[in-house]
Design a protein around this ligand. Structure first.
Ligand code: S3P
Length: 431
């Protein structure tokens, strides 16, 4: 599918973005592993989260849904494979499903095979296999890639793992395997990655100690079902924050956005650049900080960002590169080599597609140099491609709001991976 979008005069209104993807995945997983019935309010209904739901339905979790809520009757920590044969899980495009599942299914009594789509099948899995092998898991892979064949073990070994990377997917996989271990498992990382698993496992009754960037999980024999509310996804809100900042005369309010400190670096950096962003009604919902965000069009100044902050805004880098095109000066983004192994090579795709829009941007080994001394408008009439990467499609859609004339975006429907209804919402705020 392709979509055609045009330059707009301003962006305004009050919107609410859908529930957080990372938190929705975790809520489905932990509720399914619980004893009792959970309610998940404001969950994200998207292709990625659907992979997680489908997989748990087949191993004993009873999951019902309506438009806003999920109702989950858990199975307990030991899942039930009714077929007696290998259990096949198709994770689609979802790295969170594949990687967190490898921790959970390492501790089951049956064999599981995890596969995914083309993009997921070329993303690295060795990072999750290594610590799990240390825990005594039996995992075979295709040279560090999917499919993973996991021969579940009755019990796993507790470990003390020091990761060289900051990745919440690996951290969460190890913590989940730690539920099945013979003692406390500790995981440390250089910069604290998103901590939704730690926060939510505590709510489900798991004993967890946190010291700086180190987490220790204590094995348990049961999780306790909960009633949870999922905040709006800051990674989805980021596209609308960007639109309001870069389209002149804009004034937008986004309600109910999660601002977990391990996810909110985009807002911090934008404020340093001079962005007119105000956070109001800050409150806590299901142990996650939430607020409403008011954004007004702003004249921005370039900044440099590096590895010390990247993990806290990793999914927002593509849209941040677009914002930087409108900031005065040269923005340097370094320490972001992980972008090369996301849903696409996001360094390569941002640079190749932005060049079509007339942006002066250069790829670095681990980031970008963006020359923001452009004319305000980007070049119009371009045909750009998301390469089926949802965050690239949404970044290019926001770019088209400041490109002269019309922009065509190929492979536009992949937004359904994390944000069904994205184009409708964008359209509703554009004038
Ligand atoms: C996620 C963690 C991040 C992020 C991804 C979701 C999660 O990946 O990019 O979109 O839900 O834990 P890494 O753990 O690979 O950094």
């Amino acid at each position: 599918m392709e979509i055609k979008l045009r330059q707009v005069n301003s962006v305004s209104g009050i919107i609410e973005v859908p529930g957080d993807k990372s938190i929705t995945h975790r809520s489905i997983m932990f509720s399914s592993l619980s004893e009792g019935s959970s309610v998940i309010r404001n969950y994200l209904l998207s292709n990625d989260c659907d992979r997680t739901i489908t997989a748990f339905r087949k191993v004993g979790a009873r999951i019902r849904s309506d438009k806003n809520n999920l109702y989950i009757k858990g199975v307990g920590l030991k899942l039930i494979n009714p077929t007696g044969e290998n259990y096949n899980i198709y994770a689609g495009n979802s790295g969170t499903t594949a990687r967190l599942f490898s921790g959970i299914f390492s501790g089951q009594n049956f064999e599981t095979i995890i596969t995914g789509d083309y993009s997921l099948s070329i993303r690295p899995m060795q990072r999750v296999i290594d610590p799990l092998l240390e825990m005594g898991a039996d995992i075979k892979s295709n040279g560090g890639l999917l499919p993973l064949v996991i021969n579940g073990r009755e019990s796993l070994k507790a470990i003390n793992y020091k990761s060289e990377k900051s990745t919440a997917q690996v951290k969460s996989a190890v913590l989940l395997a730690g539920l099945y271990a013979d003692g406390p498992t500790t995981y440390s990382e250089p910069v604290k990655s998103r901590d939704h698993s730690e926060r939510m496992l505590k709510i489900f009754g798991v004993n967890i100690d946190i010291k700086g960037n180190s987490v220790t999980i204590y094995p348990t024999d049961k999780l306790i079902a909960q009633d949870l509310t999922i905040p709006g996804d800051i990674s989805s809100a980021a596209f609308f924050i960007a639109a309001a900042l870069i389209v002149p005369n804009s004034n937008l309010t986004i309600k109910n956005v999660g601002i977990n400190p391990t996810r909110n670096a985009l807002i911090e950096v934008l404020k340093q650049m001079g962005a007119n962003i105000t956070l109001i009604n800050t409150r806590e919902v299901s142990h996650e900080p939430v607020c409403d965000i008011i954004i007004k069009y702003s004249r921005l100044k370039a900044v440099n960002i590096d590895a010390s902050i990247i993990p806290r805004m990793i999914d927002e880098i593509p849209i941040f590169t677009l914002i930087s095109t409108q900031a005065e000066g040269v923005t340097k983004i370094s320490g972001a080599e992980e972008l090369k192994i996301k849903e696409t090579d996001r360094i390569g795709v941002v640079v190749s597609q932005f060049k079509k829009l007339g942006v002066q941007i250069e790829a670095l080994e681990d980031g970008f140099l963006i020359d923001g001394r452009n004319e305000f408008a980007l070049t119009g009439g371009a045909i750009v491609d998301s390469f089926k990467d949802h965050r690239m499609a949404m970044t290019l859609a926001v770019a088209s709001l400041i490109a002269k004339g019309e922009t065509v975006i190929k492979n536009s429907d992949c937004v359904n991976i994390s944000f069904p209804g994205f184009y409708r919402m964008l359209n509703s705020i554009c004038d």
